[in-house]
Design a protein around this ligand. Structure first.
Ligand code: TRP
Length: 487
């Protein structure tokens, strides 16, 4: 490569490199573990519809901005944001966004490896016949048991950390791209097998009704909020992952088209996971609102009652573990890229040193389920705090910052070049990134702080009034914020 840049000229090797890696990042525990149980909890179809709207209205424009930043800056998120802002002649305060997203990715991974460890330990239990309880209570006891011993739980989360670091340490092409190239198709095949069984289980019609019957009366304002938050999480936004991957995207590729592909694949896989899980749940007469334990308690119980259940269970947990791994590697890529570019060390070295710090933090998170269950602050364990701080603060704030930076503070020409959209396409993107994203994020954020409930915003005249006000203020401010002379 001839470009001299922070990524050392590394690019995805294959035509599908970026799409596979970014889809691998997006498709994770969020799709297979969280999305089905949230849909169950918040009442089905209406939740799904709002979630889809959020993906389209907030997720897609923001993901496009992140990729554009990464590719324009050609460096770790820290460096990329700094460079893009510098190129536009903006103030250095914006570079805090790069740092924030890198730290956010690291924090998410610190608790994500614990959940991925559950998945891996369940795979082992499925293989060794350890999921043999015949009641929900029995399955719950197995889950508790699995958590109770720090050595046991620590073993599995350590294993996840190790594998993640091994893959990332090998490099962008040799490690990340190579692993996603077989894990992603593998996952889809396994999901298809599970859906195939779902169709014949007798619960398929009920599952389809449950997922796609849009009954708005059932959606609470909390469900609305959860749908928005989940749209962020499931697309891996505002945590450095997509921006770091964007830095390796070859120049000629259309950012809009790749973003659509990733968002559509992510959504399809979440829906497929629903179509794989709910038929089994319904066919065995179980409660779809099983909460976070849905796939660790209700689902194994359903499998235990099915012919070939053990085999399907193994397929399920292999798939879940792979989904978790392809996400885990994306969360740490920002940190690795930053260490390599700022300290001039090898990727391998960067991976091992990051791995040690990650192991320490994730061990603390793991202890929240046993020894450290009482080490709480404000009623939250360390694990809960990592989850809470990232999903309620760092991600929304980072997303808000990025949207404001991309929409208002940067010279329009810069991202216009990078995105290369038609006139109308760019105008639409700009409208979304300037007004729709910030407004939606502010609403999530305010609600998280408990200052206001969403009820106000769900009344559409208020929402419309707020949006109008926002547009007027924004259009008045934006030329004043960009005070550099044109070129
Ligand atoms: N999107 C992944 C999931 O659905 C999780 C994930 C990967 C993530 N990378 C991220 C979440 C970065 C936030 C930020 O499971």
């Amino acid at each position: 490569m001839t470009t001299n840049n922070g990524t050392g000229g590394v690019l995805w090797a294959g035509r599908w490199g970026f799409v596979l890696a970014a889809t691998g990042s997006a498709v994770g525990l969020g799709n297979i573990w969280k999305f089905p149980y949230m849909t169950g909890e918040y009442g089905g179809g209406a939740f799904v519809l709002v979630y889809l709207l959020c993906i389209a209205a907030i997720g897609v424009p923001l993901m496009m901005a992140e990729i554009a930043f990464g590719r324009r800056g050609r460096g770790s998120p820290v460096e990329a944001v700094k460079r893009v802002v510098a190129e536009s002649g903006g103030g250095s305060a914006w570079s805090i966004l790069g740092w924030m997203s890198m730290i956010c990715g690291f924090m998410i991974l610190s608790f994500y490896v614990v959940v991925a460890g559950w998945s891996l330990s369940y795979l082992w239990k499925a293989v060794s016949g350890g999921l043999n309880a015949d009641s929900v209570e029995g399955m719950a006891a197995i889950f508790e048991d699995n958590n109770a011993s720090p050595l046991n739980l620590g073993f599995w989360s350590t294993l996840v950390t190790l594998v993640t670091m091994l893959i990332v340490g090998k490099g962008v092409q040799e490690g990340i791209e190579r692993s996603v190239r077989w894990m992603m198709p593998g996952m889809v095949v396994m999901l298809a097998i599970l859906i195939g069984f779902g169709i014949f289980s007798g619960g398929f019609g009920q599952a389809v009704d449950f997922l796609f019957a849009f009954e708005f009366g059932q959606l609470s304002s909390e469900g609305l909020l959860a749908a928005m938050g989940h749209a962020f999480f499931t697309l891996s936004l505002a945590a450095g992952a997509i921006m770091a991957y964007g830095a390796y995207l070859p120049a000629g590729k259309s950012i809009a088209r790749t973003t659509f592909t990733v968002a559509i694949c992510d959504t399809l896989i979440a829906l497929m996971a629903g179509l794989a899980i709910f038929p089994i749940i319904f066919a065995n007469g179980m409660d779809p609102a099983g909460g976070p334990g849905l796939i660790f308690m209700s689902l194994p119980l359903a499998f235990a009652q099915m012919p070939m259940g053990t085999l399907l269970e193994i397929v399920f947990f292999v798939m879940l573990t792979m989904a978790a791994l392809t996400s885990a590697i994306s969360m740490i890529e920002a940190t690795i890229a930053w260490l390599v570019e700022s300290h001039g060390i090898t990727r391998n070295r960067a991976a091992w040193s990051t791995g040690i710090v990650l192991w320490l933090v994730s061990t603390l998170a793991m202890l929240s389920f046993n020894l450290g269950a009482d080490w709480t602050l404000g009623g939250r364990t360390f694990f809960d705090w990592l989850d809470y701080l990232t999903s309620r603060f760092l991600m929304p704030l980072g997303g808000l910052g990025l949207a404001l930076l991309a929409g208002f503070a940067l010279k329009d020409r810069l991202l216009r070049d990078e995105l290369g959209l038609s006139w109308g396409g760019h105008a639409l993107w700009l409208f979304m990134i300037r007004y729709v994203c910030p407004l939606a994020i502010v609403v999530i954020f305010i609600d998280a702080l408990g200052i206001m409930t969403l009820e106000m915003a769900t009344q559409w005249p208020w929402g419309l009034a707020a949006l109008t006000l926002f547009v007027v203020i924004g259009e008045w401010l934006s030329p004043r914020l960009r005070r550099q002379p044109a070129h």
